[in-house]
Design a protein around this ligand. Structure first.
Ligand code: IPM
Ligand code: MG
Length: 361
């Protein structure tokens, strides 16, 4: 079967890592008899340079015609790149937010787990790591502070800025349902994270999540305040199975969770709507400091492509094959610089992609 994939290479290391993910997908196509058609789409700084805006309406249309979107990363160095001299709604990140909203990608799934082979890279102490940890962050992606009304104005000679955190019960319900659904396929525990001791939006969040929980009697639900969650993630990460949270908290906690695994270059993510459609991208950013050097770790993007096979195309066997190939290559001791430890073989971006493609069986 032919699957149409819109490909957003983006900025920084984006083009390098996406090339490797497509290489692996091509190998999957060859071994399993599928065909993947790629349509390039400009977004972020690349689109600003070519079209003057971070995402054109035509580009949005192209993604809508596809079955799924594979993305690298967008954005540049915020201190030095001319993109950040532009008004906020013309900067690279605005393209990504526009796309999330246009495609209604409200459910952002970000797995964070400790690879057995990469325990050395984990910054936590051995006694905290214990038997390892494996969690998924289910982040609401099209509401909250990111999309509420905002403005900066001057009042009586004083500059004033306001951002608005809004959620309605339907937005909370649909992401909560996703969180519980995924918990049912895992260890059946949901930690709903909020700031209900201060925020109204969090009190509504808690109420709706409790309501949704009634439909999932097998799932254990706990509530946790976001500040405590930030602490618990470094104190005892193994306690978490599914973390369910709103947009901004999820942005922050997912970076923290990926850092405690010690291998942010390994973690994939999926942004889903209520159909099979999804946008798949690594959890890490565009790493402009190492762009073009051929040293970026392509594994997070390759694993994001595996999520695409599983969630958008229902190709579970093929997704397993990609994940197994990654594990085998790691087990054989190959590492990019970010996850390198003594005694391993250091390889660059292209070689890592070649090795993983070779291991697709
Ligand atoms: C992420 C990123 C984005 C976000 C930025 C690039 C707008 O940090 O996907 O986590 O804040 O959502
Ligand atoms: Mg982020």
């Amino acid at each position: 079967m032919d699957h149409k994939i819109a490909v957003i290479s983006g900025d920084g290391i984006g083009p390098e890592i996406v090339t490797e993910a497509c290489k692996v997908l091509d190998k999957v196509a060859e071994v399993y008899g599928h065909s993947f058609t790629y349509t390039p789409v400009l977004m972020g700084g690349a689109s600003i340079d070519a079209c003057g805006v971070p995402l054109t309406d035509e580009a949005v249309e192209t993604t809508k015609q596809a079955d799924a979107v594979l993305m690298g990363s967008i954005g540049g160095n915020t201190a030095t790149s001319p993109w950040y001299q532009l008004p906020p709604d013309r900067r690279p990140e605005a393209g990504l937010l526009k796309l999330r909203k246009a495609l209604n990608l409200f459910a952002n799934v970000r797995p964070a787990y400790l690879y057995k082979e990469l325990q050395e890279a984990c910054p936590l102490k051995k006694e905290i790591i214990g038997e390892g940890f494996d969690m998924v962050i289910m982040r609401e992606l099209t509401g909250g502070l990111y999309f509420g009304a905002r403005e900066t104005k001057e009042e009586n000679g004083v500059l004033k800025a306001v951002d608005t955190l809004t959620y309605d019960e339907n937005e909370i319900r649909r992401i909560a349902v996703r969180g519980f659904d995924i918990a049912m396929k895992r260890r059946k525990k949901v930690t709903s994270v909020d700031k209900a001791n201060v925020l109204d939006s969090s009190r509504l969040w808690r109420k709706v999540v409790e309501d949704v929980a009634k439909d999932y009697p097998e799932v254990e639900l706990e509530h946790m305040l976001v500040d405590n969650c930030a602490m618990q993630l470094v104190k005892d990460p193994a306690q978490f199975d599914v973390i369910l949270t709103e947009n901004m908290f999820g942005d922050i906690l997912s970076d923290e969770a990926s850092m405690v695994t010690g291998s942010i270059g390994m973690l994939s993510s999926a942004s889903l709507n209520d159909t099979k459609f999804g946008l798949y991208e690594p959890s890490h950013g565009s790493a402009p400091d190492i762009a073009g050097q051929g040293i970026a770790n392509p594994i997070a993007t390759i694993l994001s492509a595996a999520m695409m096979l599983r969630y958008s195309f229902d190709l579970d066997k093929e997704a397993d094959a990609v994940e197994t190939a990654v594990e085998q290559v790691l087990a054989e001791g190959y590492r990019t610089g970010d996850i390198y430890s003594e005694g391993c073989t250091k390889v660059g971006t292209v070689k890592m992609g070649d090795l993983i493609a070779e291991h697709i069986k």
